[in-house]
Structure formats: C-alpha cells, structure tokens
Design a protein. Structure first.
Length: 318
C-alpha cells in the first residue's frame, strides 16, 4: 500500500540549501561540526557552479509556476563570506526566495547594509542559544555582546517581523527560558524555542534512548519531509540526504556533473526515499533510523490524524 505521506513528494526540489562554503566560527555544544570539520574536506564553492545552480533552480521555478527557495551553508556560517550579498543578488535575479540562517556573530553593519541594498526581503533566522552571556557563550563559543550588537543593528534597519530568533535549549539553567522569551518578545521578532537534536546520532548524548535501543526500525517517513522537497548541496557539488546528514553519509549524486534534476531523479535518491517511506526494516547503518525526525508507524499515523484534524477544524464554519 502506498504511504499516504508520499503525496507530498515533488518531481523537482522546491528548496535548495547550498554550501557556498563549509566553514563555521561557532563551536556549539549540540552541533557535530567542530569534530566533523577536522575529518571532512572543507572548501568554497566555485562561483561558476553556484551560478549554474541558481540558473537551474530559477528555470525550474519558471517552468512549474512557483517561486523556489534557497538558503546557504547547512554546516557553515553564511556571513563569513564577504561577498554574501553578491550571492544573494544572483539568486534574487532568478526570482528565487532567499532566506538566511545565521549565528549573527559576523553579521556586521557593513554586511547588513550590503545585503539590504540587493533588495533582500527574506526571513533571517538567528541562533541565540541563551538569554545571558554565560549560557550563550558556553553553548556557542561566541561573544554574546558582539553578537547582540549586530542583531541590534539589523533590527534598527530591518522589519523585526521578518526576523526569527531561535533558541536551542542545551542545558539551560532554571529561569533561562523565561528570560529568553521576556527579552526577545520586547523586540518584536518571531521566536522559536527548540530542544537540541542528535544530527542522526552524531551527538550521542542527545539521541533518544528508544532509538539507541532498537538495532532495526521500520520507517514510514520524515517528520518534516525534507528529502521529498529540498536538496542540500555541498561546496563541491555533491548532494546529501538532508540538512541532518552532517556526516555526509548518503550522497545522492553530483550536481556539478548531473544537474539538479539529474540528481533529484537518481537511483540513489529514489532508493533512499523508498527506504525512508516504505516501512522496510532499516538498521542503524541507515542514517534516518538514527534521526529523531524519522517516523515509526505509530508516529506516522499520529501525524496523519493530527493533520486531518487541523484541516477539519480550519474548514468548520465559525
């Protein structure tokens, strides 16, 4: 029987996460980057490859009558790139909706001004894992005062309603959550409070015990359906399973050689989607079996019921 969640699948990616470079200046306690960056190849994307990628994505959007989305650096910090505004401008020229994920520590006034001159009007998601300097600096390894100064400058120049402050609670002390909410609510920004996740078991202490204890699990989908809708492209053109695949465990193909659609329809990606949504036994060697977003049968049924209930409530007359 067809998994009803696969109806979300698209014949083309609707969003790309592109590593224009693979470097990050943070050392977050809930992120495997500090360890992985010492073992993995690192680099900067060839500018010609980037232009081919945005050209192809823009063409897909025009052919299928939708506006695709793009963001940068699933492993890195985009504002470490001095020419970030130029990359954004090239994507906007292709009618691509650009948004940014950043720790804001290098989001200097000059970078902000250059970004806004491009006509950028997308969402900016800023990681602020703590309301106090002590907690923030313990978790991120960054300077709290310097980052806050950059955020203050952004909010003085940009619509706060397009800024989302994301707080990942990795051992926050008593009262930190309340202080975090109280401070940022006054600034008029959107807020997202999250628990940390293990990144497919890369941070072992964060992996739920149920996942650790099951050598084999049957999977019925992804909670956020990332692999059905988006593609993550490394600086060298290779595409990985999703934004949680920081270990580069499952390579779909090479966009530099096969193009976006060639990789999207590759045999490797097709097999991975079938394993994730097919209810087939998956060992711990398959990264989705170690991911908190991978759904068991019970979780998939619960999601479908919740979705149906929300649609019912939304459709009822007032």
């Amino acid at each position: 029987m067809m998994n009803p969640m696969v109806h979300r699948a698209s014949a083309f990616p609707r969003k790309l996460i592109v590593d224009i470079h693979s470097y990050c200046n943070a050392r977050c306690t809930m992120c495997p980057y500090p360890q992985l960056s010492r073992r993995q190849s690192q680099g900067v994307m060839d500018r010609r490859l980037y232009r081919r990628i945005v050209d192809q994505l823009g063409r897909i959007g025009r052919q299928h009558h939708f506006r695709p989305a793009l963001t940068y650096c699933y492993m890195g910090e985009p504002f470490l790139c001095d020419e970030l505004a130029d990359y954004v401008a090239e994507a906007l020229e292709q009618d691509i909706d650009v948004y940014l994920n950043t720790n804001a520590s290098r989001m200097t006034p000059g970078q902000v001004d250059a970004l806004l001159r491009t006509g950028f009007a997308g969402r900016i998601n800023i990681s602020m894992p703590g309301a106090s300097a002590k907690v923030y600096e313990r978790i991120s390894g960054l300077d709290y005062a310097a980052t806050l100064k950059n955020v203050d400058y952004l909010l003085s120049r940009y619509d706060p309603g397009r800024v989302l402050i994301r707080g990942v609670d990795d051992g926050w002390p008593l009262g930190e959550k309340q202080r975090w909410y109280a401070y940022w609510r006054r600034r008029g920004v959107r807020l997202e409070y999250l628990p940390p996740i293990s990144r497919c078991g890369r941070i072992g202490r964060l992996l739920p015990d149920k996942r650790k204890q099951r050598p084999v699990v049957k999977l019925y989908g992804c909670r956020n359906h990332h692999p059905l809708l988006e593609m993550v492209i490394l600086y060298d053109g290779r595409a990985v399973m999703c934004c949680q695949d920081m270990g580069r465990e499952l390579i779909w193909g090479d966009v530099a050689e096969e193009g976006i659609l060639g990789v999207w329809h590759s045999a490797v990606r097709t097999e991975a989607i079938n394993r994730l949504y097919g209810g087939r036994p998956a060992s711990r060697s398959f990264l989705c079996s170690r991911c908190e977003q991978g759904l068991t049968a019970a979780q998939a049924v619960q999601m479908l019921l919740e979705s149906a209930w929300r649609k019912y409530i939304a459709g009822r007359p007032a």
